[in-house]
Every structure is written in C-alpha cells, then in structure tokens.
Design a protein around this ligand. Structure first.
Ligand SMILES: Nc1ncnc2c1ncn2[C@@H]1O[C@H](COP(=O)(O)OP(=O)(O)OP(=O)(O)O)[C@@H](O)[C@H]1O
Length: 684
C-alpha cells in the first residue's frame, strides 16, 4: 500500500476511535469500530507496522491440532464443501481453532506465494492481540459471523484483504473454531461479500450439526425444523435426549429458540415433556410406528415445530480421510441353551439393530412391549433377552402361550385361584402366572388368542395393577411388566371386533416388528451364527459350502429361525468331514426352495423324505387340546380339573400319591375324575 494511503487509513481509524466519525465513519459497522478501539487502546498495536502474520512451524501446529483431532476430522468435510463453492471466485478457505490458529487451509496452489505473504496459509495466527481488527480475530471476540473488508482491517498491511468468517460453536456453547473465506483482491463495496458471508455461516452451521450428531451418536437426537417440508432434509436445531427422556444437550440455535421456553432458560436436564407438548414415550411410540415428521409444539408458548428423531448410533458422522480397515471381531454367539442377548439377536440387520436400540431405551420403563412377527422369528427369544437385559433380570420371566392353553383354563392360569376356592383345591391355592411374574416380566405369547371373555379382566389387571384370584375377594397388588407377542394383525382383529381396542392400546405401549428370514439383510451371517450355536461354538470343526449356503439364502423359510435351526441340526448330524453340502440339507429345503443347480441336481436322487432329527415340538392349536367333555365347566371347575390332572400325571397316575398332593380323599378323587372326565391312560 502506498504511504499516502497508509496515512489515510490510519487517519480514518484515529478519527473514528476518537469519536469524530464524519460521513464515511457513520457507515462503519459498530463491531469494527469497537475492535479498532480495542486494537488501539487495549492492545496498543501500531496500525502502520508492516510485520507479517505469525506462522507456526509444523511442530508447533501439531501441538494445537492434537487436542482437537475429532473436531478437525469432522470440520474438514465442511471446509471442503465450502471451498468447492468459492474456489473459482479467488477465495482461500481457512479453518481456525479457538485461538485463531489456521489448522486447515484450501486455496489455489498456483498462488501459494501470495497466500503465504498475506498470511492466508496453514499455521497462520490471526488474533486481535497481534493483528488488531481482522476477520478471524474479531469474529472470535465478537462471537458472531462478520466480514472484515479491506479498510476495516486495523493494520494497513492487511487492508487489501476481504475476510468473511463465522465462529463454530460446540454443544456446550464453547467456541470450537471458526471458518473463513478470504480473498486477496475484491471489489471495493462490502456488499460484494454478502453471499460469501452467507456461505460461511451455512458451513459453520453444518459443522456444528455434524459435530453435535457425532458427539451424541449414542443418544436420541431430536432434529427440529420450522418447516414441515424441510424437516427430513435439514434441521434448524438439535436436542440430544437420554434414554429417560432427559435433555442432555442442545445446540446453539436450539438454546436460542427454545431456551426461553423453560424457567431459568436452561434446556439441559429438563425432560422432553417439560419443554414440548408430548412426552418421550409418545415420541418413541410415534417414531417406532413410522418415520414420519412429527408436528410438535412447545409447552410454554405453543411454538410450532416439526421433528424427526434420530435413534442412537443410527447415523454417525463418518470420519473423513483415510481410515485403516479394521478386521471385524469374531462374533461371540451364546452357547446352546444359554439366553440369547439383545445385541446378538440384532445381528447385522440394520432395522433390527434400530429396534434393539429402541428396546433398550424403553425396557426399564413401565411401557408394555408388543412384538409382532411370523412364527419362528424369535419373538419369545426377544422377550427373554429383553427381560435378561432389564432391571428385572433377577426376577421371574413367566411365559404364557395363550394359544396353547385351553380357553377355559387361561383364566385360572393367569389369575390363579385362592386356597379352598373349590373342593380339594391345594391348601395354598395357586398363584396365577400374573402373580408369579411379580417384579419380573410376564410374556403373553399369541396374545391374539386371548379369549374375548377374558380381555376385560386382563385390561383391569393392567390398568389397576392388581389381581383378584378366582374365588378370592381381595385384590393383590402386582408389579407387572408385560411383553406380548403375536403373528396376527391385531389391528385387523380390533377392526373386526375380535380384540378389544382399549386392551390393544394398553398392551401396545411400543411395538416392534421382527423381520422374517426372507426380509433379513444379514441372512448369511445369521445362518452361520445359528450353526455356531448348534455346533457348540466350535467354528473350526464345521463349515457350509458355497452351494449349500446359496440354497439356504435362496430358500423362503416359512418357519423362519425355528425351521433354519432344525435344518442345521439335521445337516450337522449327517454331514461328513465337517462340511455341510447341499446333500446334507433336509429335502424340503433343497426340493422346494432353490434355483441353485447344485441343489437341483440333488433333488432327483433325493425325492424320498429324509428322516428328520427330533425337532422342537410343534405347538398344538388351542382347539386340539380342548376336551369336549370339559367344555361346559366354569373357570373354577376347569382349574380344579387341571390341578387333579397335573397331580395324577406327576405321580404317573398313582391315585394314592396324587390325593396327598391335592389334599382330598381317595373317594373324592374318583368322584372328581369321573365328573371331569379324567381317564387314566391304561383305561383309554
Ligand atoms: N437369533 C437367533 N439365533 C439362534 N436361534 C434363534 C434365534 N432366534 C430364535 N432362535 C431359535 O428359534 C426358535 C424359535 O424362536 P421363538 O420361539 O422365540 O420364535 P417365536 O417367534 O416366538 O415363534 P412362535 O411364534 O412360533 O411362538 C427357538 O428355538 C429359538 O431358540
């Protein structure tokens, strides 16, 4: 800059700071004037001093970058994004840390000498203490996005530059850094930089959001927008929520927009229900049933927003740059007979993993869980895994299959009966399944088969959390957590009147759909896992060859995991040398399921059915076990019949022992057997 211009520049600053702004001074923005005052009076910088900007050595720079590696990794994507947009316009793009040190830089390398001379380069330190008013330093002090254009700069040697900067604020409100675009030459008018500033602000916001999502990837994140149409693609503000529905963090815009909605202005530590017009369970519920955008309002002022919920770890900001491939750890599968864990059950199927994450968030809350899925998809396994993972793990898990118990017995099975409720009833009566599950988990399998006559009673138990056993008058309080399962479409049953709507809503606190094998994206992995379990985890000793694996991944598996497990049990038993081939698979799979040539060639030679290994018993349908002779008995009589029958079966039909168990005389026993059509096997 020629000396004359330098003098004019200095003159302008001095007269402005001394309060003598004149016409031109009126147009200088307030933050610039304040910064000039600081530069002159506070830091005592000489505006004519020509010293270049300090640039750190590589070793010094490393000291600055090491503690902020995560931020740098995430911000780098934002820097690249911004630079792509401005590179052709002659800008360089800088990422600075909270001290004004340039930790990342992009620019046209052909002009690197000029960039370096101007201090627009990696390692350059731009703070007000050293440089006086400058884009980076002033934006960091003022904590706002701004442009320092040409003569706004304090030092005359910087007065050719134009710098538009925006601070990047972390989830805790702390400044993490700043993003800047600077040019060596630009039009005189400051307005020419308006768009550059907007782009910089947008990029800063993008980095803030990416950092927030990364920081809280293990938590629920509520993404809010004022426009419904934009809610899915972008978020105005972000709120991280823990599994209890408590706000853990809110980003800068959320604090600004929602802070005044709560007393004291601090969102952190508040429950969702304190800020919005719905609670966390409702939010999860809506989220689990659809991925739609949810309209919500704030409690205090009724401000309308549109929310999307991101589940924990559903989205994580991918590290940018080279990432060393890491070999996946060998999967640990439970030993046969051991309870399967939720993480194991989630497998590698993204949808199931999301479901498991959501299950983990609600399993310790008084929210009934409904599991929906075809037969054999593992509903009971899931229910057990939820129980074992929950705070109730050391209390009983009690399963009731509503389809397998004769309708007339469900009542006493569930609710129990009081001692002396009927002649010969066991002296202590019987605690029904509901009371047996006190403090633990009650699993109602095939809930769709719950008789209509019992639905109101079950509803009452769920609502009032107390049970009155058959023949009893006093209600007994029960601490109940219910998980239900069904393969039916209960909503259809509600529509047809076969299932009570109010009971449906009581049971369906939150619903999870278990995918069929056909729908699982990790089928091959699952096949190997089930094989591992069946082979007692000795993975080295058995493998499935490619053709057999193709047959199995192509098969439609109507019986789902149960069928897969039986097929693998069979294959393990018949295979040679630890290799399962198509020839080792049960014939129903190779004949009906596959288009694979290896399997097809086999089918001709193996048309006759292959002897199957003992499989899990097929559950009898309810109708097949209901004895017509007892269909007319009332609930009490049904229960009495069951007690007598169980005692006789237990003692292999020795009446003398059974009567002691039941507590009735021999004569009464024969009378009851007659009345209840109980016939010993040797007399049938
Ligand atoms: N992920 C899994 N890995 C290995 N075995 C599994 C898995 N999930 C379920 N199983 C096994 O599959 C069989 C069927 O599981 P489960 O009884 O839980 O299914 P379900 O959906 O409740 O069936 P139904 O509707 O017929 O009652 C069981 O033997 C269970 O041990």
């Amino acid at each position: 800059m020629p000396e004359q211009e330098v003098n004019r520049h200095i003159q302008r600053i001095f007269s402005c700071v001394s309060g003598n702004r004149g016409n031109e001074g009126q147009q200088i923005e307030a933050p610039i004037v304040t910064s000039w005052e600081r530069s002159l009076q506070h830091y005592g910088i000489d505006p004519s001093e020509p010293n270049p900007v300090q640039v750190l050595t590589a070793a010094e720079l490393r000291e600055y970058t090491r503690p902020i590696e995560r931020f740098l990794r995430i911000a780098k994507a934002g820097v690249q994004f911004l630079h792509r947009q401005v590179a052709d316009l002659g800008y360089s793009t800088l990422l600075c840390d909270a001290h004004g040190v340039t930790v990342d830089w992009r620019g046209d390398e052909r002009f690197s000498r000029q960039w370096k001379d101007a201090g627009l380069y990696l390692g350059a330190v731009w703070n007000e203490h050293q440089e006086g008013t400058c884009g980076v330093g002033t934006a960091l002090i003022e904590q706002t996005a701004l442009t320092v254009h040409k003569g706004d700069h304090f030092r005359a040697k910087n007065a050719n530059l134009t710098c538009s900067c925006a601070p990047i604020i972390g989830p805790s409100g702390k400044t993490m850094g700043l993003i800047d675009v600077s040019a060596l030459h630009s039009p005189d008018s400051k307005e020419s930089q308006h768009l550059a500033l907007q782009l910089v602000m947008q990029s800063a916001r993008m980095i803030e959001s990416a950092y927030f999502l990364n920081q809280y990837e293990d938590q629920w994140v509520l993404k809010l927008n004022f426009e419904r149409e934009l809610a899915e693609v972008s978020s105005e503000c972000l709120v991280a929520i823990d599994g209890e529905g408590r706000i853990l963090a809110a980003d800068r815009i959320a604090c600004r927009t929602l802070g005044h909605e709560v007393p004291g202005g601090n969102l952190v530590g508040r429950f969702v229900r304190e800020v919005f017009d719905l609670n966390f369970e409702k939010l999860l519920d809506v989220y689990s049933n659809s991925s739609m955008v949810l309209p919500i309002r704030t409690q205090a002022t009724g401000l309308q927003l549109f929310a999307c919920l991101r589940s924990p770890q559903a989205i994580s900001v991918k590290p940018v740059g080279r990432v060393e491939p890491v070999a996946p750890p060998r999967r640990q599968v439970p030993l046969a007979g051991q309870p399967l864990t939720l993480d194991y059950l989630a497998g590698d199927d993204r949808k199931l993993q999301d479901s498991v994450e959501r299950i983990k968030r609600v399993m310790n809350k008084p929210i009934p869980i409904l599991l929906n899925g075809e037969t054999g998809t593992g509903k009971e396994m899931f229910a057990q895994a939820i129980h074992h993972a929950s705070r109730r793990a050391d209390k009983p898990f009690v399963a009731v299959n509503c389809a397998a118990i004769p309708e007339s017995l469900i009542e006493s099975e569930l609710f129990g009966y009081k001692d002396g409720a009927f002649t010969g009833a066991r002296s202590k009566g019987m605690r029904g399944k509901i009371l047996q599950s006190d403090g633990g988990t009650l699993f109602l399998d095939e809930i769709g088969d719950m008789p209509a006559s019992l639905q109101p009673r079950l509803l009452r138990v769920l609502a009032e959390r107390e049970v009155t056993p058959l023949g009893g008058e006093t209600a007994i309080p029960v601490d109940l957590h219910v998980i239900c399962a069904t393969h039916r479409n209960i909503l259809d049953m509600v529509a047809s009147g076969a299932f009570r709507e109010d009971l449906y809503y009581r049971l369906n606190g939150i619903a999870f759909e278990l995918p069929s094998l056909r729908e699982r994206s990790d089928l091959e992995r699952l096949i190997n896992d089930v094989l591992l379990i069946e082979a007692g985890n000795s993975v080295e000793s058995v493998v499935i060859d490619d053709a057999a694996m193709r047959v199995m991944t192509d098969f439609c598996w109507p019986g789902n995991i149960r069928q897969l497990r039986n097929a693998l049990r069979y294959a393990l038993a018949v295979c040679d040398n630890g290799v399962i081939t198509c020839a080792d698979l049960p014939v129903d799979i190779t004949v009906t399921g596959s288009t694979d040539p290896a399997a097809a060639s086999l089918t001709a030679s193996r048309r006759q059915p292959v002897a199957q290994l003992p499989e899990e018993p097929v559950r009898p349908p309810a109708a097949s076990v209901v004895d017509e002779a007892v269909a007319g008995l009332n609930a009490m009589e049904q229960a009495e019949r069951q007690v007598i029958l169980e005692a006789l079966q237990k003692y292999k039909w020795q009446v003398s022992k059974a009567v002691k168990e039941v507590g009735i005389s021999r004569a009464t026993m024969y009378r009851k057997m007659d009345k209840y059509a109980i016939v010993p096997p040797n007399k049938r």
